[in-house]
Ligand binder design. Structure first.
Ligand SMILES: NC(=O)c1ccc[n+]([C@@H]2O[C@H](COP(=O)([O-])OP(=O)(O)OC[C@H]3O[C@@H](n4cnc5c(N)ncnc54)[C@H](OP(=O)(O)O)[C@@H]3O)[C@@H](O)[C@H]2O)c1
Length: 326
């Protein structure tokens, strides 16, 4: 389908054309939206050569040909977006937001993990209308220009009138938005799940194999138990994002593997090759988001006048790994 600016909603910019940006932007463009992808040459060159392919575990397989893609290494000053999807990793948030020279009030949805990125973006670019979002599913780059959703879930966003006209656009793209008056509990819930990212990165295993290893689950359980205790002390109630209440999750993760395998069948429904993108960052020596994940609990502990030794240790191990000292 030829891309065009939606008559009601207009063009979308993906700022940070990586796994999430290319998958979400590709789904939107395949459904007819006009999308501009702003990213690094190493990603854009693959898109320019082979086009953008988006696939998922439910059988989606769409390709946008190279000739239909609008690719940029920085936000184009000659165009104006109606919506920006902020899809960079946490350490890049401030710089990316500050690079946006767009009309004041332009909605910018942070499709990032962690709980602090929307505030960081808003501080770096106060004229933007930054809206928190949460992506529950895993996306991996399977080849040049090929982005694959390997797990399930619906994107969640904080309620904002500027997003109302976009809901049918996302719906048509197969990405229906769940809208919350306050996204913070959802972000904290996702943050608890993301505590598995560094565990996965350190394991060297695909997600499914790592979750089927009791030792790795015990490490995750310890991180979660510490985090849950801090959230309780801070009076923060994380949204439940699985059928199990959070207070039972650490004990559930510690179950013997044969029992866990049966009871966690839904959680384990994923591509056998899916892995956390932190694993890729570690493999490629890039800065990771560990400070926005485990580091958030270290800071919460400090605010409460205590410590979070297990999460602090995880920050240290991942940062040492990417600094090449391990
Ligand atoms: N991947 C997943 O499965 C998944 C799932 C849920 C949520 N998330 C969250 O989604 C966010 C994005 O993750 P991701 O996995 O999509 O990351 P990613 O694959 O690393 O994509 C981000 C891309 O943006 C580029 N970038 C950084 N700053 C930029 C700038 N100023 N202008 C243009 N491009 C820039 C990065 O390049 P450099 O590497 O050179 O900086 C990278 O190519 C993260 O917060 C992540 O936690 C990811």
């Amino acid at each position: 389908m030829r891309p065009r600016a939606d008559p009601v909603t207009g063009p979308v910019w993906v700022l940070g054309a990586g796994s999430i940006g290319c998958f979400v932007g590709g789904c939107l463009q395949a459904a007819g939206a006009e999308v501009r992808f702003i990213g690094r040459p190493r990603v854009l060159s693959g898109l320019a050569a082979d086009g953008l392919r988006v696939s998922d575990l439910d059988g989606r397989d769409d390709t946008v040909p190279p000739s239909a893609l609008r690719l940029h290494e920085s936000p184009p000053s000659s165009h104006t977006p109606s919506l920006v999807l902020l899809c960079v990793k946490s350490p890049a948030t401030a710089e990316a937001a500050a690079s946006l020279q767009v009309p004041p009030g332009t909605p910018v949805v942070s499709l990032q993990n962690g709980v602090g990125n929307p505030a960081v973006a808003a501080a770096a670019a106060p004229s933007l209308r930054v809206i928190p979002g949460m992506v529950p599913f895993n996306v991996a780059q399977l080849g040049p220009g090929h982005f694959h959703r390997g797990t399930e879930g619906r994107i969640a966003v904080q309620a904002d009138p500027s997003l109302d006209p976009w809901r049918p656009v996302f719906e048509r793209a197969g990405l229906p938005l769940d809208v919350f008056d306050d996204l913070a509990p959802v972000q904290w819930g996702k943050l608890l799940l993301n505590l598995n990212n560094p565990v996965n990165a350190l394991s060297g295993l695909p997600l499914q194999a790592q979750l089927l290893d009791r030792g790795h689950r015990r490490t995750l359980a310890a991180l979660m138990a510490e985090a849950l205790q801090l959230l309780g002390r801070a009076g923060i109630e994380p949204a439940t994002l699985s059928p199990l209440p959070w207070r039972w999750m650490p004990a559930f993760l510690r179950l013997p593997t044969p029992v866990f395998r049966v009871l966690a069948a839904r959680m384990l429904r994923m591509d056998a090759k899916a892995r956390s993108s932190m694993a890729d960052d570690v493999a490629q020596g890039r800065r990771t988001e560990v400070d926005a994940l485990c580091g958030e609990f270290v800071r919460l502990a400090a605010r409460l006048g205590t410590t979070a030794p297990r999460n602090a240790e995880m920050v240290r191990r991942i940062e040492e790994l990417t600094a090449g000292r391990v």
